[in-house]
Structure formats: C-alpha cells, structure tokens
Write a protein that binds this ligand. Structure first.
Ligand SMILES: Cc1cc2nc3c(=O)[nH]c(=O)nc-3n(C[C@H](O)[C@H](O)[C@H](O)COP(=O)(O)O)c2cc1C
Length: 164
C-alpha cells in the first residue's frame, strides 16, 4: 500500500544511468501481471539510445520529458499472443501499473505516456522503433529524480456503494 500511495508521475530526471539490475526488477514486476486467459500479450523495448529517446519525445505534446530520460520502456502487445484479442488493452494496463510501482520500489520516478488507442501514436512508435506485428500500448520514461514520489489522498467515500 505504501508504494501505491506514494507513486506519482515524475517527469524530470537526473543524468545518472539506471542500473541494469533495477531495469530487470522492473521488467520482472511487469511480467507478473494478470492477463485474460493468461495470454500475456506483452513485450518490452528498453531504450537508452539518446537519439531514439529524442525521436520518441515527439510522440505527443506531452512526451517531451523523453528527451531528458536516461531510459524508457516501450510496452507492446504482440498480435500472435492475443488469444482473447479484445482484452489486450486491459492486460497491458495492469502490466503498465505493475511496472510503474516497481519503478517507485527501486527508488526511481517515471511516468505513463499513453499510446494506444491512438492510431497516430501507435504508428509513430512502430515507425521510430521499426516494428511490425505489435500494438504499442504505452511508453514509460524513468530515472533518478530530484522530484520525490509522495502521498496524495484520493480516497472518496462517495464513490463507493456497499450492498449488504
Ligand atoms: C493512460 C494514461 C496516459 C497518460 N499519458 C500521459 C502523457 O502523455 N504525458 C504525461 O505527462 N502524463 C501522462 N499520464 C500521467 C497522468 O497525467 C497522471 O497519472 C495523472 O495526472 C495523475 O497524477 P499521478 O500519476 O502523479 O498520480 C498518463 C496516465 C495514464 C494512465
């Protein structure tokens, strides 16, 4: 609960590179996610190449922080793995949240950049990374940051109905 509580969207990063062991833990957390019929449609591209990060930062007007990130993970759905195809975005949503939470656990900060269902953004990511047979879902830049993850209370009792 502590990690869930303090996770914030962190959009600025220091130049310090992220250790490979931390990246692996983050990928492991992502791959532990639930998925429809256990189809696990996900694949990941770990981008540290500065030129590619700069190109990816043109994904949308809200993605500029990618050009200053030491690393970004691109989350993709692989079409051949989709048994119950229409569920793929739900699978990838769970996966993206797990990944973000482990970023916090590792003492880092990151942000979810939405790609799907925008055809324009999906095509853009496929072109930049030269990919086929995948649906890009999200891009998550992350790194060490001077901004801190911190708690914001979002509990709203009036959103809940109890039926006894
Ligand atoms: C589907 C989705 C798409 C998002 N896309 C962007 C984005 O393109 N750029 C950005 O800076 N933040 C993006 N965010 C982050 C949200 O703005 C952020 O989660 C929200 O403002 C709440 O703040 P918090 O994450 O700090 O709790 C996205 C979040 C989600 C779940």
């Amino acid at each position: 609960m502590k990690t869930i509580d303090i996770r914030r969207s962190i959009r600025s990063y220091t130049d310090q590179p992220v250790e490979q062991e931390k990246i692996e833990m983050i990928l492991k957390a992502a791959m532990q996610s639930p998925s429809a019929a256990n189809q696990r449609p996900w694949e990941f591209v770990v981008v540290t190449n500065k030129e590619l990060l700069k190109k990816l930062s043109e994904l949308s007007p809200y993605s500029k922080m990618l050009s200053n990130a030491p690393v970004a993970i691109v989350l993709l759905g692989r079409t051949e793995r989709m048994v119950i195809k229409e569920m793929w975005t739900q699978d990838m949503g769970a996966c993206t949240q797990n990944l973000l939470l482990e970023i916090v656990e590792q003492g880092l900060g990151g942000v979810w950049l939405g790609v799907a269902p925008s055809e324009e953004r999906m095509t853009f990511v496929k072109e930049v990374l030269q990919l086929e047979n995948v649906f890009p879902f999200a891009v998550v830049p992350f790194g060490y940051s001077e901004s801190r993850n911190h708690y914001i209370n979002r509990y709203e009792i009036d959103r809940v109905t109890y039926l006894d």
